[in-house]
Design a protein around this ligand. Sequence first.
Ligand SMILES: Cc1cc2nc3c(=O)[nH]c(=O)nc-3n(C[C@H](O)[C@H](O)[C@H](O)COP(=O)(O)OP(=O)(O)OC[C@H]3O[C@@H](n4cnc5c(N)ncnc54)[C@H](O)[C@@H]3O)c2cc1C
Length: 262
Amino acid sequence: MYAFEIERPSTIADAAKALKGDDAQALSGGQTLIPTLKARLAAPETLVSLTDIPEMVGICDGDDGSLCIGGATTHAAVAAGAGRYAGLAALAANIGDPAVRNRGTIGGSLANNDPSACYPSAALASGATIITNTREIAADDYFQGMFETALNEGEIVTEVRFPVPEASHYEKFVQPASRFALVGVFVAKFADGVRVAVTGASEGGVHRWTAAEESLSANFSADALTDLTVPADGLIGDLHGTPEYRAHLVKVMTGRAVNAAF
Ligand SMILES: Cc1cc2nc3c(=O)[nH]c(=O)nc-3n(C[C@H](O)[C@H](O)[C@H](O)COP(=O)(O)OP(=O)(O)OC[C@H]3O[C@@H](n4cnc5c(N)ncnc54)[C@H](O)[C@@H]3O)c2cc1C
C-alpha cells in the first residue's frame, strides 16, 4: 500500500470540498477500495472518509412513501432497518459475510457498480433515485456498464430513494468463493407493472429483462416465463460458468424470485 493522507469531514459540503483536491478519493466501508490499495492498484494522495457524516447515515420514510437510505448506511443497518421493503432488507442481509455487512455501504456499492454486486439490481428493479451532492439520477440512467456509472469525478452518492413495491424478492445464485452473485435477479411488483433487474450475468453490467417485465406485468406468476428464452449473446463466460449457463440461471432465478415474492 502506498502512503496517503486521510480526511474525516463531518458534513457533505466539507467532503465535496475535500474531494476537489488533487488526487483525492472517497472512502466508505473500504471493502473494495482497501484491498485495491493493498494490491497497489490505486495510489490516491488523500482518502476522504464519508462514514462520519451523520446526514449520510440512516433510513427514513420519504413524503411520497419511498424509503430513503443514506449513502454511508451499512448493509447490516439496511438489513435491520429496511423492513418496510422486505426484499431489499433480505438482499442486504445476504451480502458477503458479517464483516462485509458491518463495514460496506450502499453508497460504496452503487458507486463501485461491480457487475456481480447485489444492490444495483435492487436499485434498477425499484426504479430508485440516486441522490448525489449535486443532483438526482434515475437508476435507469445511472448504471452505464461494468464498474461504470453516471457519477462525475468527486461526486458523492449521499442517499438512495427507493419506491416501495407491493411485492419483491431478490434471488441470488451465490458464487461460493466470493459470496457475490454468479447471477442475481431482483423482481419488484408495483401497482402499475413489474420490473426485473439482473446482476452478474451481462458483460454490460446490471440490466433490466424487459421481456419478463411485460409477461409478469400481465400475469405475476412464474408460469408467465415459460415461453421466454434468454439469449446468451453478451453474457459473461468465465471459469464459473458459460454464457449459456448464465442465460439458464437468469430464467430460473427470475421464476424463483416471483414465487418467493408472494
Ligand atoms: C469478501 C467480500 C464479499 C462481498 N460480497 C458481496 C456480495 O455478496 N454482494 C455485494 O453486492 N457486494 C459484496 N461485496 C462488496 C461490498 O458490498 C462492498 O460494500 C462494496 O464493494 C463497496 O462498498 P464500500 O462501502 O466498502 O466502498 P469502498 O470500498 O469504500 O469504495 C468503493 C468505491 O466507491 C467509491 N465510493 C465509496 N462511497 C462512495 C459514495 N458514497 N459516493 C461516491 N463514491 C463512493 C470509492 O471511492 C471507491 O472507488 C463483498 C466484498 C467482500 C470484500
